[in-house]
Design a protein around this ligand. Structure first.
Ligand code: ADP
Length: 471
């Protein structure tokens, strides 16, 4: 059983000052597989000091020097890709195929930031002024457990490209994965203090980071409720915030779509990462005229999903990350039943023969937009199907949410879908696919899904502050 007692600070592993210990679990079995020593405010202070010292010279590095660091980080993650994948299966309960894609994406984020960096206009010269884009300072990054490597690397890459140093407080539920990733950062052999990682809880280590006077921006990915706390706490010192928060994303099936493709795609959009994804298309908005065919296909396709064999290539849904998440999903399924939605497939309890924190992939039909399962982010494999009569009504249902992170459309006509996409209030709308395959586009949300954007030059620019020298 692995015991993690150290943080990654100033280029090496240092003993935690905080002494409190938390268990780490295998979500497939609910067995304890390790422990992590949780960071104290003083651990955060040490990490921020190291990052502040490193910022002095790092902020003045050339793009070429930063490119070299990003290359080294990419190689060091790729070198241990296999181990990283295995640990995500063990500690997070991710199906192997899914984590393989995510680990690769995490490594590639360093290369994408490197390429994007050369597209950013760090300096513009005018007749009577120069406009510079200067690195903000030390970034405090707080990340969730649902794609640990992606989120950590995705925060480091734009910070480095911008010339910022960073302290990361990753999720306390992913400490084994974080430890291995930090070993990659160590072996990348980059100057000390640029990347620092402190384990700990949100309230203690996360709070210390958010409230630290030497943190210039808090870059957070997680729930909207925690994002609101962070934004409030960042106000007094006028800290910048970059918040990538929750969603309740609509997936509109237009009446011309090929259901034999659109329904499996809808399940992929709703259930990938076991539904533990901010961009999950958890509201399926369907034409009333085709509801009977849709119900039959949904039952068929959900019953085909492979659950409980995480190492099978076609395994899709794993367990929930922990007991909190398991109970949360159960309570939402119960609320759907209590509020009168029709349980089409799935339901309460464990799938046959499984324990741990597995839940049944569940689909409700006859869902009303006022029900909790239509309004709140569940973060599990629970899909709410809402029927519409007209296209205008479909758009109104899609936009009837406090969130605006992602939207999806299936249609036989790209032109029709693109017109509809213009009416959706959402950071992105994806047509006839589950994922956005364009690396040169931003990610982030409207409304309560967040503030600011990540990805490509947008993520780098979020780490820069304009400054004018006029003459
Ligand atoms: P979840 O409850 O699903 O873990 P959160 O949004 O609460 O989602 O967690 C995402 C990240 O935010 C984690 O690293 C967590 O430790 C951290 N966090 C939670 N609460 C706070 C807080 N009050 N201040 C700073 N970070 C927090």
């Amino acid at each position: 059983m692995k015991q993690i007692k150290e943080h990654f600070i100033n280029g090496g592993f240092v003993q935690s000052i905080g002494t409190e210990v938390q268990n780490l679990y295998n979500p497939s079995t609910a067995e304890i597989i390790g422990t992590v020593q949780l960071g104290h405010k003083n651990d955060v202070d040490a990490a921020v000091s190291a990052a502040k010292r490193a910022f002095v010279s790092f902020s003045k590095t050339s793009l070429k020097e930063r490119a070299e660091i990003l290359d080294r980080l990419y190689r060091s993650v790729i070198e241990r890709e296999k181990e990283l994948n295995e640990l995500a299966v063990l500690e997070y309960g991710s199906p192997l195929t899914a984590t393989m894609g995510r680990t690769r994406a995490a490594a590639v984020s360093f290369l994408t930031a490197k390429e994007a960096m050369y597209e950013v206009q760090f300096k513009k010269e005018y007749e009577n002024a120069i406009v510079l884009q200067e690195p903000l300072g030390v970034i405090g990054a707080i990340t969730p457990w649902n794609a640990n490597y992606v989120h950590i690397c995705g925060k480091i890459a734009p910070a480095i490209a911008a010339g910022c140093t960073i302290v990361i407080k990753p999720s306390e539920f992913s400490a084994l994965q974080t430890q291995l990733l930090s070993e990659c950062f160590l072996s990348a052999d980059i100057p000390a203090g640029i990347i620092n990682v402190v384990n700990g809880t949100g309230a203690v280590a996360g709070g210390a980071l958010v409230n630290h006077p030497d943190i210039s921006m808090v870059s957070f990915t997680g729930s909207t409720s925690t994002g609101k706390i962070i934004r409030k706490q960042s106000t007094d010192l006028m800290k910048r915030v970059n918040l990538e928060l929750g969603g309740k994303s609509p997936n509109i099936l237009l009446d011309d779509c090929d259901l034999s493709k659109a329904i499996p795609l809808a399940l992929q959009i709703a259930f990938s990462n076991s539904g533990q994804a901010c961009h999950a298309g958890s509201r399926l908005i369907v034409p009333e005229s085709r509801i009977d065919e849709i119900k039959i296909l949904l039952i068929q396709e959900v019953n085909k999903l492979k659950i409980g064999s995480l190492y099978d290539a076609d395994s899709v849904v794993g367990p929930m990350v922990n007991d909190i998440q398991f109970n949360r999903v159960q309570s939402y399924i119960k609320s759907g039943i209590d509020e009168g939605a029709e349980l089409l497939v799935g339901g309460l309890g464990y799938p046959d023969g499984l324990g741990g924190w597995y839940v049944k992939p569940t689909v409700f039909v006859n869902v009303d937009s006022n029900m909790k399962i239509a309004k709140e982010e569940i973060f599990g494999p629970v899909l709410s199907v809402i029927a519409y009569e007209t296209e205008d009504e479909a758009v109104a249902i899609a936009n009837d949410t406090i969130y605006g992170l992602s939207g999806y459309i299936s249609s036989a006509s790209l032109e029709r879908a693109r017109k509809l996409a213009l009416q959706m209030v959402s950071g992105r709308v994806i047509i006839n696919r589950a994922v956005n395959i364009e690396p040169k586009s931003p990610f982030g949300g409207f409304k309560e899904s967040g503030i600011g954007r990540t990805g490509w030059i947008y993520g780098i620019e979020a780490h820069l502050e304009p400054k004018v020298i006029a003459f």
